[in-house]
Design a binder for this molecule. Structure first.
Ligand SMILES: N[C@@H](Cc1c[nH]c[nH+]1)C(=O)O
Length: 384
């Protein structure tokens, strides 16, 4: 095997694609700052216990593990930054008020989430701690939508779901509660035959409620239907009214859909959840939601909500950025030349000095001017 081959679903990012990704990263981080989100940079690897605190088995399977030569302990390469940021909020900042944090960095997955998905997504996102009310969820939802708008996506679908619905059903039925993990995955896959089989020995109320969930999908009217067909448990009533409020806050910004069986996530979610979809991609481009129990796993319970997305995936959907105009200049030490070049760069121009004997071949830049010496003055001349 040639030594320049990379592992499956791992790839280099070449200049024009890297530029697109970096432009998006800057745009989004600058926007998060405008909402008061402070940037944090958690480490690439941690002890597995802290990396997996509050997260489910899926995250465990997705995490690359290695042994630390210094401590002999097992380390994990992060597969998701959300729990790392929760750890920072819980232990390092120790604030009792609302804390808003944002981040951008590579994460690694042992298995790709789809056939062509990368195993090294570039995750960017925001997390808000310390407020249990829906206002926090609404701000996070707004920021997620604003991020896609900044990236140039104007036709976005927002799918809302709520872990509270399943939780409330299971709270009433200890038999079904034992199958919680399995029910999660059957619902995620909308596996109706599987659900019919597993719910055979449950009470009729639980069975009917669980079998109704995969069909509770569609526009906001689904909420009214859910109120009719699901049992009127306090947890369900609360979840449905939260979803109605969040749907209302997105009106005009996205096409809103409700999907009560969409429980895809990292299994740390504890309340309302959302997924954003854009044309051209069947998978969600961004996900978010409430996860109040993660702080508790770090010994400090804090209400939490946030969202994240993969910049590499998002950038792939965008057209290649236009090539930036640039200026070619000769290489030289003459003070007037150096001064002129510095002045142009300060004004935001790309000035590429030619190495003697070489032509420039560059994907990203289109050279449309040259710097030439004319009667003792360095001047710009248009090319072509
Ligand atoms: N990190 C989660 C999304 C999320 C961020 N905060 C809360 N949820 C994901 O990638 O699916």
């Amino acid at each position: 095997m040639p030594n320049w081959l990379l592992p499956e679903n791992i790839a280099d990012v070449l200049p024009s694609e890297a530029r697109k990704i970096e432009d998006l990263r800057r745009l989004m981080l600058d926007n998060f700052r405008l909402y008061g989100y402070e940037l944090v940079m958690p480490p690439m690897l941690e002890y597995v216990e802290s990396l997996l605190a509050g997260a489910g088995q899926d995250t465990d399977l997705r995490t690359f593990k290695l042994v630390d030569q210094l401590s002999g302990r097992l380390l994990g390469l992060r597969a998701d930054m959300t729990t790392q940021v929760a750890r920072i909020d819980a232990h390092l900042l120790n604030r009792n008020t609302v804390t808003r944090l944002c981040y951008a960095g590579s994460v690694l997955h042992t298995r790709p989430s789809g056939l062509h998905a990368t195993r090294e997504p570039l995750q960017i996102g925001c997390e808000m701690y310390g407020h249990a009310g829906l206002e926090a969820d609404a701000e996070i939802q707004e920021l997620a939508l604003a991020s896609l708008a900044l990236a140039g996506f104007d036709d976005v679908r927002l799918d809302l779901s709520h872990v509270g619905v399943l939780r409330a059903i299971l709270l009433e039925d200890p038999v079904a509660k034992r199958d919680e993990a399995q029910l999660h995955s059957l619902l995620r896959g909308k596996d109706v035959p599987g659900l019919e089989e597993i719910t055979n020995n449950y009470s009729a109320t639980t069975r009917n409620a669980l079998l109704a969930l995969p069909h509770l999908y569609g526009d906001v009217d689904v909420l009214a239907k859910a109120r009719e067909v699901l049992p009127a448990l306090p947890g369900i009533t609360k979840a449905l009214s939260e979803l109605a409020a969040l749907a209302a806050s997105a009106i005009g910004r996205a096409q809103v859909a409700i999907d009560l069986a969409d429980l895809r996530g990292y299994q740390y979610e504890s309340g309302a959840m959302f997924a954003l979809y854009v044309a051209g991609l069947p998978n969600a481009v961004a996900r978010g939601g409430r996860y109040d129990q993660v702080g508790e796993a770090f010994g400090r319970a804090r209400p939490a909500t946030g969202f994240s997305l993969d910049l590499r995936e998002l950038a792939r959907l965008l057209p290649t950025a236009e090539r930036k105009h640039s200026i070619r200049a000769p290489w030289g030490n003459a003070p007037e030349l150096r001064e002129k070049i510095a002045e142009l760069r300060k004004a935001g121009e790309v000035v590429i000095q030619s190495m003697p004997g070489h032509d420039n071949v560059q994907d990203e830049f289109e050279c449309d001017r040259v710097l030439v010496l004319d009667n003792g003055n360095w001047i710009l001349k248009n090319l072509g």
